[in-house]
Design a binder for this molecule. Sequence first.
Ligand code: ATP
Ligand code: MG
Length: 552
Amino acid sequence: MEESKNFIEHEIDKDLKEGVYDHVQTRFPPEPNGFLHVGHAKSILLNYGLAKKYGGTFYLRFDDTNPSKEKEEFMDAIIADVKWLTGYDDKVLYASDYFDEMYEAAVRIIKNGKAYVSELSAEEIREYRGTLTEPGKNDPNRDRSVEENLRLFEEMRSGNVPDGAMTLRAKIDMASPNINMRDPILYRVAHIPHARTKDKWCIYPMYDFAHPSEDAVEGTTHSICTLEFEDHRPLYDWVVKEGAYGHTPRQIEFAKLYLENIVTGKRYIKKLVEDSIVDGWDDPRIVSIAGLKRRGFTPESLKLFVELSGISKANSVSDYAMLEYCIREDLKLKTKRMLAVLDPVKLVIDNYPEGETEELDAPNNMENEELGSRKVTFSRELYIERDDFMEEAPKKYFRLFPGNEVRLMYAYFVTCTSFEKDENGNVTVVHCTYDPETKSGSGFNARKVKGTIHWVSAQDAYLAKVRLYENIIDEEKGVYNDDGSLNLNPNSCVVKDAMVEGCLKEAAPFEKFQFVRNGFFSVDPKDSQEGAPVFNRVVSLKSSYTLPKKEG
Ligand code: ATP
Ligand code: MG
């Protein structure tokens, strides 16, 4: 098969061929101001994948240049996420380690007459900036001498200037059609201690100055970012050139990953967490990487998803169903198929000897013989799914109803004889008789039954909490209400008291299973106790989803 390349790979090929670079170095540069989400996973896998493909280097580098928003808690979580997704165990880089280099570059820029200290307030700077249709006005401080600028910049750094009183601005062009080029601010005063540099600095670089500087200091070759930075690229190149760092990285933009009708943005996820609508940043219903992991998604499934969603310059939205497809693909051959009854009702086989049990053979995965088989306990009393019995069955209902015969998976044919109800009319017990001749594997084939149902033996069953998830948003009505609030789905997490095979009691955190007919499940790492696992449904078994055809 011919390998298809994305547009970034074509650009890299060109750069290598033309000798612009002789190697590839990429980075993933998160701001530690929240947990990462599925969109970041795309960026991580893209950057990491490119470095791998070209035999280059990839670094996780924290963009920790804004001390007012950053938190240690987020750093640990981000490191864990990147490691989980890619296996990354190289050193972690911090933009704040380059504050000295950035400061020196700013001094060089001032010396070249390309930056000046401004005393305009934030409000005034905004007013002077102009609009898309009108040019901006020059800052009254624009023509200060180099000496004065150096002195004032030193003043800013020494701590004698209050927050907001001065900024360092690039001297570019107040009439530029690109507003980013209208003398952007490079440094601001902020008397806030930094988690890593403590009180060393009271001036901090602005994003548009810091980011290219970090890439340049570090030796990044291809600085891959999302489309909203396209208009910032001229400024990126300006900073790299005027900062004279001695290395020239190249910025390339690609379209962000969005999921249809799913809360994805960091800001929105943060709100769900802060309003306690979800159980923290790793709630299995949210598409933070930690949430996806806790729900039961695997790095392989996310890799496949990122591949299928493609790398492009055009914004588009991906389907959550595609993500579900990817996890099914990954788990279908890897997981054991177990018996678990999510909504149990008792089935009594009246002609089966009381007190007797049998150990029946059950293959662990019909599509993957390598997973072997196990024994399941069969007995007179079983649990079956409540909806596998109907008092009065409509046409085409082939499961249990009075007079009907079905196969019990891996076991015998049983015929429903009667049932019991409580005072509220709920079925409490279903009665049946079995035909000992029909044991699975016995070669019996005298008659056909249309339905096969699953079960667990009351003898062996173990009561477990099983959680079924739906989108946290009510998809029918869209993400937002008219007043801007989120349109929440009240059924986004439903907890079941399920009866499951006894051996599942020992299941470990993150262990994954297929529960016959009910989906793929993963053991919750937080709410499970030793000997009492809680199972999260990752995804149901079937869907009508088909992969979109590849374009071009
Ligand atoms: P959000 O948009 O959710 O607030 P962010 O862009 O503020 O996220 P950063 O920490 O700045 O988060 O992002 C780190 C990297 O991840 C950046 O290179 C950014 O372009 C990339 N990234 C962020 N969101 C997405 C997305 N939805 N799809 C692909 N890449 C993304
Ligand atoms: Mg950001």
